[in-house]
Write a protein that binds this ligand. Sequence first.
Ligand code: CA
Length: 333
Amino acid sequence: MKIITVEEHFMVKEINDRFNQIIKPRDEFDKNQLGFVSMFVDRGQITDLDEQRIRFMDENGVDAQIIGYGNNSPMHISKEDGAVELCRLANDTLAAACNKYPGRFYGYATLPVDDVEASVNELERCVKELGFAGAMFNGSFNGHFLDEEKFYPIFKKVSELHIPVYLHPTEVTKELRDYYYSGSWNERTTNVFSGFGIGWHYDTAMHLMRFILSGIFDRLPDLKMIVGHWGELLPFYFDRMDEHLSPQVTGLKHNIKYYFENHIYTNPSGIWSKDDFDFVLKSFPVEHILWAQDYCYGVNDIRVKTFLEEYPIKDETRELIAHGNAEKLFCLN
Ligand code: CA
């Protein structure tokens, strides 16, 4: 069974060094967070786009990775601080690896969203010249969610280029962290609670809902968006949202679930939970379920192939989820 994983990451040491010079920690928490992210760079696994990654894929049955930038993405840097050049460096680095390993690596564009015009141009270059398969956005920019009208030209270009958008989490703002996630527990708990423990999944869920409620899918009927982590909690609320966020309330053309069934795709992001998979199979069209390990963050539990092989579903469905849906969505054939 061929496996294509769609939420895999890389980082570039030079970009991370610049990130650490530019982004000033607001407090001790930020400082520790930056240190935590940089630890992955120091280990070298995430910066490798060569033999080490290929070896991991070969050993674990992964035929192809679709790769986007990890934490400390240059998309979070302002245009004054050189976002355009740093995103270009990220994209060129990834493209060189994709050229070296055709059919094994595919790329998501990283865009300097603080400069919308430059983002549109860079996206076009990434798809038409570098052959990238999609664009990845790591959360909001400087407290601004990307559904704001000023970012619309980027998504219009995405739609014109017939590529999907990956909406990935990032750290929540300091305001949200203090309000929701700080309390009578230690800093490490706040870090995980506000981040990959659950906080950034709620944040990504709200980001996606904001896109839906903004009407962007009515304006761009070809736009496709992927969220990881089995739908970022939202499938549990499809029925409730359909009842209460009806078109009579929202002014949208359709009910909420319609947008998931026609525009939104999801995948496990390396969370090997049978209950989650059961629920997503019930709540999403099978053609909208993709596969992912979350390399190299999610390498403590590597069941990327065995989990799917052992799961009791029809082989036809398994093949779609393992690779067929990704091949169609990313136009890989
Ligand atoms: Ca990830």
